[in-house]
Write a protein that binds this ligand. Structure first.
Ligand code: TRP
Length: 472
């Protein structure tokens, strides 16, 4: 007899854990800058449409499939495959993808922690130097930081779903909201903040073209933790009495609200200290923004807040980003951990040790691929450029495979598991779901245009990334 499956302790706990997974670096930095560059409120409008019309049904499909099968993603696909030979391949993809995302996200998280320590040590001035980032990522510090991140995530996951993941989210998410609001209020008091707000909020529909729409779709999909196996796994820990549709709506809303609110902090801060900036100059890479651009902005606050004040604001910001990244990292590592626990019948401790060592090893290879080891640095050449192992992992698993995984879950739920069973699972804990508009919409969309859109995004990404062909 195996022990009963672990469960989240409360509805709020589940929502905070799932929102903690969804809220990450992309929300805090990527979304605001993309919005400012691509039409302000017009971008927000399109983004929100994608979140609710395309992403929400996929989110519900993942949660319902996991809760019904009571298994990790591989187990879930096997459960519904019912002997069919090909579906378990999709299950493997849904297990390998989170493993590899954990690898590169772990590297980014350790950089954030390294910056936080540097600021607390009084080194904001150095961080603002354009050469600092390149030196930092190739310094000996990264090994110690990697070990520290592994230890923190390890301790959280060792305590399991309720006492580990849920408890960590219940502490970190409210702290994140408070820190974010505090920074917004501070930044809005600065001179020129209004210029940033204007850029962020005034809609400019003329900026909306096919590539902006594609970008908004990608951003929404990634931001909500879709296609990563996370929501299948978290679904398997959900109580049968909880409403999947109600919780999913709240998670989507929280994620969007945090992304929107982060813009109220980032853009006014940028404009207050660089009133003449042209938003086109802002890099579209969240990594470049966080590690090279924002430290300069924080340092520029010295004039109004003094060096200590500027360092305090920077430290709060990096702590915020660290919480956001850590809750995402925890959620994604739980996927392979639950996979190994279920499939091999290992204890949580043993599964955690195996998965943790594997991820740390790959993360080390990524961390060495910025110049320390030449072979990993110029690992492959495709799409017109030399790529490091880190680039390869991001391109393949973060940018390319996610929409494919999303496509597969839509098809599996609609045509393999069948809509009537899907509906029955969703109605459990949510009697008002039956016959609702959301139910009718989800049933229609999940088997028709949502998978078509996801497949198109996948094909377009493959062509652009790996063959240098741009369809749109
Ligand atoms: N929302 C995250 C971000 O903005 C993306 C993300 C969602 C993620 N789930 C994740 C990243 C899990 C890593 C692990 O960065």
């Amino acid at each position: 007899m195996t022990a009963p499956r672990e469960q989240f302790g409360s509805r709020l706990g589940f929502i905070l854990a799932a929102a903690g997974s969804a809220v990450g670096i992309g929300n805090l930095v990527g979304f605001p800058v993309n919005a400012a560059k691509n039409g302000g409120a017009a971008f927000l409008f399109i983004y929100a449409l994608f979140v609710f019309l395309i992403c929400l049904p996929v989110m519900m499909a993942e949660l319902a499939a996991g809760r019904n099968s009571q298994k990790n993603p591989l187990g879930t696909y096997r459960f519904f495959a019912n002997g069919h030979k090909l579906w378990p391949i999709a299950g493997w993809l849904a297990l390998i993808t989170p493993f590899m995302i954990a690898v590169f996200y772990g590297v980014i998280t350790l950089w954030v922690l390294g910056y936080l320590f540097a600021i607390l040590g009084g080194n904001l001035q150095e961080l603002a130097d354009p050469d600092y980032f390149g030196e930092f990522i190739n310094s000996g510090q990264v090994y110690a930081l990697l070990a520290l991140i592994a230890a923190i995530v390890g301790v959280i996951l060792k305590f399991g779903v309720k006492d580990g993941i849920e408890r960590a989210a219940k502490i970190m998410m409210p702290s994140l909201f408070v820190l974010l609001l505090g920074l917004v209020i501070f930044v809005l008091t600065l001179d020129n903040a209004v210029a940033g707000l204007r850029f962020y909020l005034i809609p400019d529909f003329s900026k909306i073209d096919a590539s902006v729409i594609n970008g908004a779709m990608g951003q929404a999909f990634f931001s909500l933790s879709l296609g990563m196996g996370i929501l299948i796994t978290y679904g398997s820990y959900m109580n049968r009495g909880a409403s999947i549709s109600g919780s999913a709506k709240l998670v989507a809303l929280t994620d969007t609200a945090v992304a929107f609110t982060a813009g109220l902090m980032i853009l006014p801060a940028i404009f207050a200290f660089n009133p003449d900036i042209d938003t086109e100059e802002l890099s579209s890479s969240s990594v470049a923004l966080i590690f090279t651009f924002l430290p300069k902005i924080f340092l520029a606050m010295e004039g109004v807040a003094g060096y200590t004040g500027a360092s305090a604001v920077a430290a709060i910001f990096f702590l915020l980003v660290f919480f956001a990244a850590l809750t995402s990292l925890v959620s994604i590592i739980e996927v392979p951990v639950s996979g190994v626990m279920d499939q091999m019948c290992y204890s949580r401790k043993k599964a955690l040790l195996i998965v943790g060592l594997g991820i740390a090893l790959f993360a080390l290879v990524c961390a060495l691929s910025f110049g320390i080891v030449e072979f990993f640095t110029h690992f492959l050449h495709y799409g017109g450029a030399d790529k490091s192992v880190f680039d390869l992992v991001v391109d393949v698993f973060y940018d390319t495979i996610l929409p494919l995984n999303g496509f597969l879950i839509c098809i599996m739920v609609s045509y393999r598991w069948k809509k009537s069973n899907f509906d029955r699972e969703l109605e459990q804990g949510a009697p008002d779901y039956k016959g609702s508009l959301l139910e009718r919409y989800t049933n229609l969309a999940l088997g028709t245009f949502i998978p078509v859109i996801l497949l198109l995004v996948f094909i377009n990404t493959v062509l652009t990334k790996f063959f240098g062909v741009n369809l749109i």
